[in-house]
Design a protein around this ligand. Structure first.
Ligand SMILES: Cc1cc2nc3c(=O)[nH]c(=O)nc-3n(C[C@H](O)[C@H](O)[C@H](O)COP(=O)(O)O)c2cc1C
Length: 199
């Protein structure tokens, strides 16, 4: 990773048009995802995050599963745009699946009764951090990625397809590939309305 942290944070955008060409080796992809999993914080260091990296045909398979699922519920006359979206995501090089391990969350709840209500919330917050780290790391390697949420519709089929533990709860899908188009214009609300520095 050669870009500065601030540049990588600023350059991370939602990129929907992606190609199936990879920019780095599969080993490097695994390395950056492993690094993110290891170093992203979690409440009480509970390490509830779980990740599946689908590459090449396996990523295409995910988006086929998603398309097949949506076809059952989206009215046929509106399906064209959905099918185009699925084709665009499946046209990338890979997809990162983000899960949280409910068994670990429950175990933390049992151990720390006073924080029972907080652990599921902290788990989501921690997953958001992990998603951001991986999204930004992919950007820093030149990939374009976006964040999708077809859970819980696809949960059972995904778990069955890749034989994943039943305690893993799917939270998000991040398709990535070589960016084919720059991100669109983005509006920013005045930061001064969103920030107070108190001295
Ligand atoms: C928690 C969260 C959920 C999101 N869910 C989706 C989603 O389901 N589909 C999607 O296309 N983009 C999703 N996004 C992307 C946002 O729309 C996007 O990040 C935002 O508009 C800012 O644009 P940028 O990513 O280009 O900076 C999500 C982003 C966040 C942080």
């Amino acid at each position: 990773m050669t870009k500065s942290f601030a540049e990588a944070v600023e350059n991370r955008r939602s990129i929907y048009a992606i190609s199936e060409e990879s920019l780095i080796s599969d080993e490097r992809i695994e390395e950056l995802v492993s690094h993110a999993i290891k170093h992203t914080p979690s409440a009480f260091n509970s390490q509830t995050g779980r990740v599946v990296v689908l590459l090449g045909e396996k990523s295409k398979r995910l988006w086929q599963i998603t398309e097949d699922t949506l076809r059952k519920i989206v009215p046929a006359e509106n399906f064209d745009s959905t099918a185009q979206r699925m084709a665009a995501f499946g046209g990338g090089y890979g997809t990162i699946l983000f899960f949280e391990d409910i068994a670990v969350i429950e175990s933390m709840q049992n151990q720390f009764e006073a924080y029972k209500e907080n652990f599921p919330v902290w788990s989501l917050q921690s997953s958001g951090m992990l998603q951001f780290v991986i999204w930004t790391a992919l950007e820093a390697e030149g990939f374009g990625a976006s964040l999708q949420h077809y859970n819980p519709l696809i949960d059972e089929d995904v778990k069955k397809e890749w034989d994943l533990p039943s305690s893993w709860k799917l939270l998000a899908q991040m398709p990535f590939g070589r960016p084919l188009m720059a991100a669109g214009e983005k509006e920013f609300q005045p930061v001064e309305d969103r920030l107070k520095v108190i001295k």
